[in-house]
Ligand binder design. Structure first.
Ligand SMILES: Nc1nc2c(c(=O)[nH]1)N[C@H]1C(S)=C(S)[C@@H](COP(=O)(O)O)O[C@H]1N2
Ligand SMILES: [Mo]
Length: 258
């Protein structure tokens, strides 16, 4: 009888142990499933972030295509990437907040366009100075082709660059080249002949001719001074097929004459 009781007890203990083990195991499995899901989500996040970083660091042409296609309907993939980059912009904006408050002290009219070098009169021109140069103001619809082959017509309002250099800065007759430098370091170099030329073309409209201009207004909207110097160099095409858009220098800081 005692032996039977012991066996019973043993069986009960074994049952109890195996029951609790089974319980543990299923709990562990549940945990593993949960952890698995979390890990998968984290992995997904990382994948999206990596894709975004790749997108971000892609060559400028892709960025410019995105910008140029921004009116187009976006695919869901693009939306995910955009959302992610919007988040990083938010972070940037937060960290820049202090600097931006200072930037606001330098309002629209405080950005200056400098003309330096081989000129009779070096200049620091404000937007309102350019707007006052009525006899050299030029408005026109320029045609552009970028490295991608994307074409576009854009309306500009600005001042004739050759007029500016001759009339305002009294450019030296010995000058041979003009370099346009943007605040981000982007620059374009032109010969005096290229700057003097007043008959750049729009390959789609044989009847119109264009000078090189420094524009402050694009498609009826002035550049936002808080986004940088509100001056852009714009030039037409030398001939049909000319990829002229890379020559358009945004946010000009200075013009150097040599
Ligand atoms: N300041 C500045 N201007 C610039 C560039 C640049 O990187 N910085 N890129 C150029 C190139 S390669 C092209 S195609 C056009 C793109 O103009 P968008 O940004 O208006 O499309 O700007 C040009 N002007
Ligand atoms: Mo470009």
């Amino acid at each position: 009888m005692k032996k039977f009781k012991t066996i019973n007890l043993l069986i009960i203990i074994i049952l109890a142990i195996s029951l609790s083990l089974t319980g543990c195991k299923s709990k562990t499995e549940n945990n593993e499933v949960l952890i698995g899901t979390e890990e998968q989500e984290t992995e997904k996040d990382i994948t999206i972030e990596e894709e975004t970083t790749e997108e971000d660091s892609n060559i400028e042409e892709e960025l410019e295509e995105e910008q140029e296609d921004d009116e187009k309907v976006e695919s869901q993939d693009n939306k995910a990437v955009e959302e992610a980059s919007e988040k990083s912009e938010d972070v940037n904006e937060e960290s820049k907040a202090g600097g931006e408050a200072e930037d606001k002290l330098t309002d629209a009219d405080e950005h200056v366009l400098k003309i330096e070098g081989n000129v009779g009169s070096e200049k620091s021109l404000k937007l309102r100075d350019l707007k006052a140069m009525e006899n050299i103001i030029f408005k026109g619809e320029y045609y552009s082709i970028n490295n991608f082959g994307t074409t576009r017509h854009t309306n500009f309002n600005g001042v004739n660059l050759w007029g500016l250099l001759e009339q305002e800065a009294q450019i030296s007759s010995a000058a041979t080249k003009v370099t346009i430098i943007a605040i981000d370091g982007y620059k374009m170099e032109f010969t005096i002949e290229q700057v003097k030329k007043q008959d750049y073309i729009d390959e789609t409209k044989p009847e119109v001719k264009f000078p090189m201009i420094i524009a402050w207004e694009e498609n009826g909207q002035e550049y936002d001074s808080e986004e940088g110097h509100p001056f852009k160099l714009v030039v037409g095409q030398k001939e049909a097929g000319d990829v002229n858009k890379p020559q358009w220098v945004s946010n000009i800081d200075k013009i150097i004459v040599e």
